[in-house]
Design a protein around this ligand. Structure first.
Ligand SMILES: [Zn+2]
Length: 336
């Protein structure tokens, strides 16, 4: 049997090849079994398209926007191997993206700056730009090209793991707030994958998923799948439902039973910005995401400002007082 992965990547996997080669050299296109065209568009950017003319979806799967979030990287590396081996037969167009290879090599969340604040079409281009800025510009261009093609549904799953504990272990952030049928369908699907909570947000942000939602016409999600661990220490059993869900979504084998698990829904009601160097958060630094507070609790204090809980059910997300002045230090959410 043809070893298609070897024809494209030699003895390496997609991940190993991406880390070892900072530009694409040699063969970059291949027709694999089941008439599936595979093209390496660039470093860590693999386009997989079943040939034929039936209407299909375009699914973007991205990992390693934060380089140390290893479980999703392992998941998609295995997925790519399974596709090459014919164990998974994609029925939809896929773009599989390893977003920040240099940060993976450095065993680090980022090399110079948080890439998930850099997916903005308004990002200027300067000679002093960080690796992350150069890379995010390329990824935005690839993503636009990918989603420019006509598709029944355009979907983006950006896979992460979180630094801190979470009251809901697996959750999604959804920048699409239009409540379309496709979005609702995806919410049901994610519930089935074991995603416990979904947070909708219309806050303008420059995350990868917000970029594809706002500028590529995609239904997009940032998926937080558990806690950050080093390579080799992830128990992929913890991710079994998500892995199965992805495999089914790719191979068009989706069935959502009437009694599927339903993710709880939240929305963002506020963001607290760090205004001065005096800024501090008023709760323990190891607190879990989705922790609920009481009315009147002080959550953050700054030079001339305090954030008090105003309404019942307010919970916190992504607290980080070590951000730069002017950046978001805390997100406040409530159940829908
Ligand atoms: Zn992340």
């Amino acid at each position: 049997m043809d070893n298609f992965q070897e024809q494209l990547f030699g003895p390496q996997s997609f991940l190993q090849f991406t880390l070892a080669n900072d530009s694409v050299v040699g063969k970059s296109s291949l027709l694999i079994g089941n008439n599936i065209q595979v093209d390496l568009w660039g470093r860590g950017v693999l386009h997989i398209s079943p040939q034929g003319d039936s209407p299909i979806n375009s699914i973007l799967l991205s990992v390693a926007v934060h380089g140390n979030e290893t479980a999703p990287i392992e998941i998609i590396d295995q997925l790519v191997s399974d596709i090459f081996a014919g164990k998974i037969i994609p029925k939809h167009r896929l773009l599989i993206v390893i977003a920040n290879p240099e940060a993976i090599k450095a065993n680090s969340r980022e090399v110079d700056e948080n890439m998930n604040r850099l997916f903005s079409p308004y990002l200027g281009s300067y000679s002093s730009d960080s690796d992350e800025r150069r890379r995010s510009r390329k990824l935005m261009a690839y993503s636009r090209d990918f989603f420019a093609q006509e598709a029944e549904q355009k979907i983006h799953y950006d896979l992460h793991t979180a630094i801190r504990d979470s009251f809901y272990k697996q959750f999604a952030v959804s920048p699409n707030t239009n409540g379309s049928a496709i979005t609702e369908y995806q919410y049901a699907l994610l519930g089935q994958w074991g995603i416990e909570a979904i947070l909708s947000t219309s806050e303008k942000s420059a995350t990868y998923s917000a970029f594809t939602a706002n500028h590529c016409g995609a239904t997009s999600f940032t998926l937080e799948l558990g806690k950050v661990k080093p390579f080799g220490e992830n128990d992929l059993e913890d991710f079994a439902a998500v892995i199965t869900g992805l495999q089914h979504a790719i191979s068009d084998n989706v069935f959502i039973p009437m009694d599927h698990k339903v993710a709880l829904r939240f929305r963002v009601v506020g963001e607290v910005l760090k205004q001065t160097e005096d800024f501090r958060l008023c709760f323990p630094s190891n607190i879990a995401n989705f922790t609920e507070f009481e009315i009147g609790d002080v959550l953050a204090a700054d030079k001339d400002f305090e954030y008090l809980v105003k309404k019942r059910g307010e919970r916190i997300l992504f607290p980080n007082e070590n951000v730069a002045v002017g950046q978001r230090a805390l997100v406040i959410i409530r159940p829908l």
